[in-house]
Each structure stands twice: as C-alpha cells, then as structure tokens.
Design a protein around this ligand. Structure first.
Ligand code: GTP
Ligand code: MG
Length: 241
C-alpha cells in the first residue's frame, strides 16, 4: 500500500527529528504549524466522511466536532505533571493532545461507527485507542479516545503528526464539561458528596444514552415496517387492477 502514496522518495520523518537542531522560537512555530496542518487534514476527512454518510444513508453520524491546539501554558503544565522539563522535544514526544479534536454524536452506536470509519482511512495511523465507554473511569467519565498520526506533506519531507480524537455522545459531553469545571474549581480535590453526585449523574447519563439508543432503534424499525406495509399495499393494488 505504501507504494501507492505520492510521497514516494520524500523523506518521512517523525516530528521530533524535524525540530531537533534549532530549538528556538522558529521550531516552536514549525511545531504549531504542523499541528495546525494536522487538524486541517483530519477536519477535512471528518467532513467528507459525514457528507458521504449523509449521501449514502441520509443520516449524519456526527452532530458536530471542534478542534483546538493546546495552549503553551497547558503544555508546560502537563509536562511538569509528567515530570519532564519544558522543551520542544519533550512536548512532541510526551504530550499527545497538542492537537485535539472532539467529535460529538447522538448515539453510542455512532461512536463506534465513526471510530471504524476513522480507522479505515489508509493514510491515518491509529497509534492507540482508549475505550472509556466499555471501561469508564472511576469518576464516571465516558468517551472513546483515539491517538492517530496524520502525514503532513511538506516540500521536502513528510512529517507524521499526532492528533488526539475524542468521540462521545451529547450526553457524555454534557457530563464531561461539568465535571471538568468542578475538577478545576476544586483543583482535583472535590468534596466527597460532589464526586458521588457526579458519579450518580454519570450513571444517569449512561441510562439516558441506552434509552435514547433503544428509542432510535424502535423509530427506525417502525419506519421500516411502515415502508414495507406501504409496499405490500401498492403491490396488492397493482395485482388487483
Ligand atoms: P491526560 O489525562 O490528558 O494527562 O492524558 P492521558 O494519557 O491520561 O489521556 P486520557 O486519554 O486519559 O485523557 C485525555 C483527555 O481526555 C483529557 O485531556 C481530557 O480532555 C479528557 N479526559 C480524560 N479523563 C477525563 C475526566 O475524568 N473528566 C473529563 N472531563 N475529561 C477527561
Ligand atoms: Mg488522563
């Protein structure tokens, strides 16, 4: 498959070797340029996938998605938390979510559909997956995370650049935004009753997602039965005339 790629002959690099030699403001700009380019690539892919799905199935699995580049402050904070000094090499190697995309969809089934569509993209490499839906975090957090790399084609080289993709339902997103605010408000040390309440809400969110999914399946089934009944009625009418 690799032979089909148009970048044959160009040097293919990981991001850190591109910036190793001149670690200064220019390399910072280069890195951010690469992450921005990676976001553009993945954004376009998602738009095309969603449009194609709409075209074929008359249905949008993606409600909306948004992307962001991590702020320098958050990058430094994360490196500190991981015990690394702040350098461009370290940020490229150890901070996986400098470029991040969050995809929000209606139903849990959409999450796996979208993840599968992303996984099938030949030029994306799925580096790792964390399924916090099958294995929720202790606080109740649910979401499907994929770390992918996307090749960025420069004039004389191709650089594989990391993007973290989070896929979740609207209800999971609602919960996660509130939890995030509370986490920051209490700097990670929320009172026990608040953590318990949040976990209860996470259980309600899971129940709601399951019910909405069942309801949607029932609607699809009812629509299909209507269509079938209509088709039978028409063919009986034609046979009778
Ligand atoms: P960090 O937690 O980001 O240091 O990296 P990690 O390697 O543990 O990755 P993980 O996949 O667990 O989390 C990455 C991202 O998912 C975070 O930056 C958040 O955006 C989101 N996330 C993970 N856990 C939680 C959580 O408990 N609550 C909320 N609100 N968001 C979470
Ligand atoms: Mg984490």
């Amino acid at each position: 498959m690799a032979n089909c790629f148009p970048f044959r002959g160009k040097k293919r690099k990981k991001l850190d070797s591109t910036i190793k030699f001149n670690e200064d403001i220019d390399s910072w700009k280069t890195v951010i340029f690469l992450y921005n380019s990676a976001l553009k690539e993945v954004n376009t892919k998602l738009e095309i996938l969603n449009d194609e799905f709409q075209h074929v199935h008359q249905y949008n699995p993606i409600e909306y998605f948004k992307s962001r580049i991590k702020t320098p402050e958050s990058i430094v904070k994360k490196l500190k938390r991981y015990g690394y000094e702040s350098s461009i090499d370290n940020m490229v190697n150890y901070v996986n979510d400098i470029a991040g995309i969050r995809i929000v969809c209606s139903f849990t089934s959409d999450i796996y559909r979208i993840a599968e569509m992303i996984g099938k993209q030949n030029d994306l490499t799925v580096v790792s997956v964390k399924d916090y839906i099958k294995n929720p975090k202790e606080n109740g957090y649910k979401s499907y995370h994929m770390l992918v790399t996307v090749p960025i084609f420069l004039t004389d080289q191709v650089v594989d650049t990391k993007v973290e993709i989070q896929i979740r339902t609207i209800a999971m997103d609602f919960w996660a935004s509130l939890e995030h605010k509370i986490y920051y408000k209490f700097e990670g040390n929320a009172p026990e009753y608040i953590s318990r309440e949040l976990k209860d809400c996470a259980d309600i969110v899971s129940m709601l997602d399951a019910r909405m999914l069942r309801l949607n399946e029932a609607i699809i089934q009812a629509k299909k039965e209507n269509r079938d009944a209509e088709a039978r009625r028409r063919s009986m009418q034609q046979a009778g005339s």
